[in-house]
Design a protein around this ligand. Sequence first.
Ligand code: KG4
Ligand code: ZN
Length: 471
Amino acid sequence: MAAAMRLPLLLCGHCCCVALRILSFKPNCATFSSSFRLRSSPQLGRRCFLGSDLVLRGSRGLSWAAVAKVKAQERRGDLVLGIETSCDDTGAAVVSTDGRILGEALSSQADLLSQWGGVVPNLAQSEHFKAIDRVVAEALANARVHESDLSAVAVTIGPGLSLCLRVGVRKARDIARAHRLPLVPIHHMEAHALVARLTEEAVNFPFVVLLVSGGHNLLLLAQDVGQYLQLGTTVDDAIGEAYDKTARLLGLNLKHGGGPALEEIALEGDPNFLNLSVPMRSQKNCNFSYAGLKNQVRLSIESQNISPDLPISEATSEERQLRADIAASFQRVAVQHLEDRCRRALEWARTIDPSVDCLVVSGGVASNKVVRSKLNNLVEAVGLRLVCPPPRLCTDNGVMVAWAGVEHYKRGIIDPPPPVDEPDDVRLDLRPRWQLGEIYAEGESFACSLKKTGDHPSLTAQVRNYMQGSH
Ligand code: KG4
Ligand code: ZN
């Protein structure tokens, strides 16, 4: 009994702030603290805390945390497995706490995407089901480690498609439960933002981050892990969605995604062919809107009698040129809108904190070369640095989740292992809609509002509550 810890059970980690504070953070060294502290979120504790008891034991008859401590001492750098299934990519990776990518694997649903012209949630879920065991096994095999060598399992719990998130979260919980590992719940957009700190030297807080993907357009001031001020977001569509829709209407080959296809054909076109208006120029904020641009381009495509059903590969050379011109015009304006908003966001951010010295751009659209080069010019003109992760880490992948897991793990922002007797049908904590940062309202003396997206408080609010409660 001496080696066993009796701890209250926190059902299915229903929020990431309800956790055992089991790690004490020391730079470069994640050793386990000998003192255990149990706390629950002031806001959410009652909702998540069931009050039943759980005995945690490791395989050597020691407590779970004592086993983890021994494991940590045996190795150079702890290992975190990351699992990503929020949309249409099944990704897994093993990353060490000292920042080495030891192994990764990815299964994409490109064929389904081009067949259906978008993500169909139940089909995407069944692809994740088919792929998840193989992808995780491959990532571990590439890293030459076994599940039992891991120190924690990180998994995207939102935002994303609930059906898809479920597959990754179930897998992560199974591994964590079997090996008594802490779980690290991850916000997908934070993972996109933090991966720059893995791949680039000296991306220190605070920095500005532009996240551009299929479902999100976010401008944030990243102040620390789990601490974001939202400078701007989209009021309707995200840029990736506009790329995808336009690519479909132009009859492009969607096998590798609409964005890459449009970028490629735009190389052959005249960016000034269409006189499209840049969105929201009269609104002096950092928000985005792509629905109007998408519509302008759709009307042009219709007026030119371009049929989306005629693949570009079968178009005459004049038809191909027309499509290239429209693609290039769309891209010019889409990227101009990003430039406008980033310029203002950098001004705002430097007013809030003059030590900001770089703009990180991540998310699928950040792999676009025009986006990179235009934003690079903008950033250099104001004496800052542009940081873009390598293209393969800009789109969805397991590495970014594992690394975000490392960042949280090193700060002790983790959940305990799931109970050994957790039923398969336990209600999982999935957050299809989940705000990352608190909203910055310019002109309101840097006031932050706690507006929410979905039913959950923002990650930032939760982490702050958690940290405050643990001191
Ligand atoms: O981050 P991501 O992989 O998944 C989401 O979380 O949405 O982003 C996917 C989005 C898609 O809309 C895709 O068309 C877009 O990123 N994308 C691109 C490029 N590569 C991916 N958009 C423009 N140019 C690209 N090269
Ligand atoms: Zn993404």
